[in-house]
Design a protein around this ligand. Structure first.
Ligand code: SAH
Length: 354
């Protein structure tokens, strides 16, 4: 048993079952034993890898997209360049390097990193040494000024609740203790007004997921973009309108039972981009676009060829594999999606169908 499994087993045995959201929050961010709170989970020695860790091309293209949108909106200065959930800081470092070529962008940018994990804040400080940045714990602390925000695999780490439809309403999926071990259970059924809209597209037995933290976070971001201009560019796996159980664990790059190693495995759920867009009614959500399509439209192939010209042997092979991994439909190309939230009436940016 992991130390956190012992703590949770004792607590649940005494006080009763907890929601999947409570379980997920403890596993990821428990101050002593939480997954993100205690380790650097990225890369070959870790549990998973992410697009910015796969290739510098991801951050370069995302950065130049943000800079183009900033130019389209009249190059406001100063502006907030923010990233929630920056991991190792690699994406922000690549954005800052690529945008050096855009006159005025770096001088006007005030870099803000929203990070809950002290361990990862330390790593981000090292990656971004020499660049001025401010760290905060919540998007609510971002300044009241134009906001250009990027998030990659941040929303999938936010705790979800799961509800199973039942003849008598909805039963919440819970984490209980059965025979001394953590196990899934279900609450008694109850009608849930917030899920009324899901009665039309579900049948008894179906599971729907909600992410209670996502809408308030989007609302904070949207308020700044609505008032002062900017854009949010969000990458994650998921789709439009969620249905079914997507709660999953990864450990050592392999799928794991989400209850088997609390605090020692990464836990995520697919992102429901429809719910994110619905939380920003005052902004335009551009059509949800596959990550591969977005990167291709922004010219990743030309960038990949330019970088390839300087590479030989194994370095060239891994560069070609990285390009494929980011864009190919059988890899991250279609599972991962790109959502852009823009001020109403802003010019349509590159990468999205009109
Ligand atoms: N964007 C990075 C890392 C994704 S992992 C990349 O693409 O490599 C998720 C990140 O979100 C980690 O940095 C984690 O510590 C952070 N995080 C998770 N929950 C958070 C929360 N509630 N508030 C702020 N950061 C959070």
């Amino acid at each position: 048993m992991t130390p956190l499994a012992e703590i949770l087993t004792q607590r649940i045995a005494k006080a009763g079952p907890i929601s999947v959201a409570e379980y997920m929050a403890e596993c990821l961010l428990h101050p002593e034993h939480g997954y993100y709170a205690t380790r650097d989970p990225f890369g070959a020695g870790g549990d998973f890898t992410t697009a910015p860790e796969i290739s510098q091309m991801f951050g370069e293209i995302a950065g130049l997209w943000l800079a183009q949108v900033w130019l389209d909106q009249g190059a406001p200065a100063p502006f907030t360049l923010a990233e929630p959930g920056p991991g190792r800081g690699t994406l922000m470092a690549d954005i800052l390097r690529a945008t050096r070529a855009v006159p005025g962008f770096r001088d006007a940018a005030r870099v803000h990193l929203v990070e809950a994990s002290p361990t990862l804040r330390g790593i981000q400080r090292e990656t971004l040494a020499g660049c001025e940045a401010t760290w905060c714990g919540s998007v609510a602390e971002l300044p009241d000024q134009p906001l250009f925000l990027i998030a990659n695999e941040f929303f999938d780490a936010l705790p979800i609740r799961q509800f199973q439809r039942d003849a008598g309403g909805w039963r919440e999926r819970q984490v209980a203790v059965i025979g001394g071990r953590l196990a899934f259970g279900l609450s008694d059924p109850a009608p849930i007004a917030a899920l009324d809209a899901r009665l039309a597209d579900t049948r008894p037995g179906d599971i729907v997921e909600t992410c209670p933290q996502a809408a308030p976070i989007i609302a904070e971001i949207a308020a700044r973009i609505e008032a002062h201009g900017g854009a949010a560019l969000i990458f994650d796996y998921g789709g439009w309108h969620s249905l079914g159980d997507t709660f999953q664990a990864l450990r050592g790059h392999e799928p794991d039972d989400p209850l088997a190693h609390p605090g020692a495995a990464d836990l995520t759920a697919h992102v429901d981009f429809e719910a994110l867009a619905a939380a920003a009614p005052g902004l335009t959500a551009l059509p949800l676009t596959g990550q591969g399509m977005f990167l291709e439209r922004l010219g990743i192939t030309a960038r990949a060829q330019a970088l390839a010209a300087k590479l030989r042997g194994p370095a060239l092979e891994s560069h070609i594999a990285a390009h494929r991994r980011l864009t190919h439909p059988q890899e991250m190309g279609t599972l991962f999606k790109t959502l852009a939230l823009m001020p109403i009436n802003a010019p349509t940016p590159p990468g999205f169908a009109p």
